[in-house]
Ligand binder design. Sequence first.
Ligand SMILES: [Zn+2]
Length: 417
Amino acid sequence: MNDSRRLGDCLDGQRFWEDVQSLASIGALHPKGIRRLALDAQDNQARLWLAEQGRALGCEAYYDDLGNVFIRRAGKDSSRAPFLIGSHLDSQPQAGIHDGALGVVAGLAVLRTLHDQGIDHLHPLEVVAWTNEEGARFVPGASGSSWFAGQRDYHEIASSLDDSSIRFSDALADCLDLLKEHGLTYRPKPFTPHAFLELHIEQGPVLETLGKPVGVVSGIQGVNWYEIEVKGQANHAGTTPLQARRDAFDSAHDLVSALKAAVFDQDDDLRFTIGKFSVWPDSVNTIAQRATFTIDLRHPSQTVLDALDARFHDLTKCQWGGCDVTLKVTSRVAPVAFPDSLLDVLHECARHYCPDTPELVSGAFHDAIHLAHVCPTAMLFTPCRQGLSHHPDEHIEREDAEVAARVLTDAATSLLG
Ligand SMILES: [Zn+2]
């Protein structure tokens, strides 16, 4: 394809934006935002929406054992490995409409552009929606992509329970039945893709601060997730002297202070978050018998993550007010650096629309972190207002998203052959 790097100029921006809004109507919250928890009715509906869009373009829709959905535009050589573009359709409980969804719709826009312009390519192109990226309903996240990339075992994923004790495997079975009912083709096994590209909102402030519509992502920092349980003894809040208590909340509080001291980082590269904290029996006049909390720990360096992991294990072995402390690692994802060969393609394509395109490391994990283990993988970011995401107020500018989708289109055409 001559001049293939300018195909992005032909992308139908109006249609792209209509797709974004159309998808956002599935699981819409009022007055704005979405709620599509992994494998719930809305998330499954979004899968069908994608399949329907693909079929209208003459593509076949597939699903695999994890409910990942692929819409495939045939290549001139069907024996070639498919080139994948996509992201996820599930969301946080109170989410903005672009996190994940934008990447899937942008993949669709690439596919539409190739279709509209009658462009043939050597490799098949598949737009993919990965199952349960968010990890909001079933912990940990990125179930579909981590399984596809051989990073996590099916049985480990399948046994995860949501807050209503619904098993992942049961929710998944309902989803797979639905996909089958709607005529999607079952393709159980993962395959080795030719390459994978993911466009995502930045979820941070860098691009907005720089005033750039698009950024090339050079890699993703590593993430460790922990669950900590502190067990004490419940007793009467009025009659039990402080010295005689085994107060699970008090001990958890002291432990949190020690953990925070351990993660102090002068360079501010490290991220440490306690996003869940609960006490039991959760009564105003009863000493807590049990306290549980989670830790989300992130850093671009595996060495730093390993050192802190060891420190966390040591700290939880200490005495904490006579309470028993257990620490469980619920997820470990190593940092990745995307290959220069793909970063060069993205920079070259981005230059046409955005001189001096910045390069940045992703603070959030994405499906791409897993795909990077099986095929050349890279990402593009587009800015979101004030870096806000996981919130209905998440906002992007249409013009920025269009530029990013045009870059993606050009990168795809150059890689599709
Ligand atoms: Zn996302």
